[in-house]
Design a protein around this ligand. Sequence first.
Ligand code: NAD
Ligand code: TDX
Length: 343
Amino acid sequence: MKHIFITGGAGFIGSAFVRLILAERPQWHITNFDALTYAGNLDNLDGVDAARHRFVRGDIANREAVLAALDTDTAAIINFAAESHVDRSIMSADEFLRTNIIGTQVLLDAARAKNVKRFVQVSTDEVMGSLPEDDAAFFTEDSPFAPNSPYAASKAAAEHVVRAAHHTHHLDTVTTRCGNNYGARQFPEKLIPLLITNAMNDESVPVYGDGQNVRDWIYVDDHARGILAALERGASGATYCFGAREPRRNIEIVRSILASLGKPESLITYVTDRKGHDRRYAIDSTRAETELGWRPLETWESGIAKTIRWYADNAKWIERVRDGAYQAYYQQQYGAPSRAPTL
Ligand code: NAD
Ligand code: TDX
């Protein structure tokens, strides 16, 4: 039995990774360490095999809690835990620095203290900033760091502390950088679930600025398989970029999802642009394809159809996450509630 320690496994991507491991690596078992912030949700782990999955509630920036939960037989730490939403980092950066930077350093120290063999840092294309509006420009592992939001800066700093642990202490680390994920169980602060859940309720859909920003979309399970490939086959100290070569303008995404849901374009509301809004992301994942033998299985069309179906079938999940705290966030971010208060 191989024991792995996943942080942030009650979130969107971490919970997809937990399901992937339980389904495809029958000899492995998981400790899932998650603070259950607003983004962490035990409903995301519904139905997982309790015999091979141990959940521990804890904060990655709390050294004692991490050391207490991390067993000496742990083969690898995979660090998903993070504050992950750009707009929240613009409102206040404190938690981003604490969780994303201090938390990562605590995990690296704990990995060394407990002789954990491998450390995988789940990072993002946003550490490389924004690309020009030129279809020939792509991010690669060699693109320079240029983080533009407090979120991206905290993730870039996390990559640096991982790099330093590898260089100085010879810790066996691998870093993954992925583009925009979509799929089941994504918290509806991010564009696609916000758009689907608002439109399903006939609520307006906010589009920032001119709607022409480009994001490179990947289905969450393809990202999870990339992280598994990096864990099993990645070179020590290496970085791998993952993308599905599916760049799209935001407004195209909004229009096509509204059409799939049978909802009118009159729901689109252009709102004030995000401060410092990155214009374009696009990823060249040649290294992951050639060195890890990874490739995405879903196209945009197949992935978004599965995603829409999941939200249509999971009204209870949506109802629970769109609670009072979500409404307060929504009011602060968009200046209006996502739904009219019930009288
Ligand atoms: P998410 O916000 O859905 O989940 C984050 C999880 O981390 C939650 O379960 C939360 O409870 C937990 N967490 C937060 N602070 C914690 C702390 N101090 N200690 C322990 N747990 C804590 O995020 P996600 O979209 O699933 O992203 C997961 C990782 O992937 C993040 O590191 C993010 O930067 C990275 N990433 C995300 C995307 C994307 O499109 N969502 C793309 C590339 C990389
Ligand atoms: O209401 C909205 N309206 C809108 O136009 C929201 C929430 C977003 N947008 C735009 C901003 C972006 O151009 O849609 C695009 C996607 O926005 P997000 O879903 O917030 O994602 P992004 O900022 O691109 O960052 C995501 O990808 C990289 C994840 O949130 C990060 O965690 C990941 O690292």
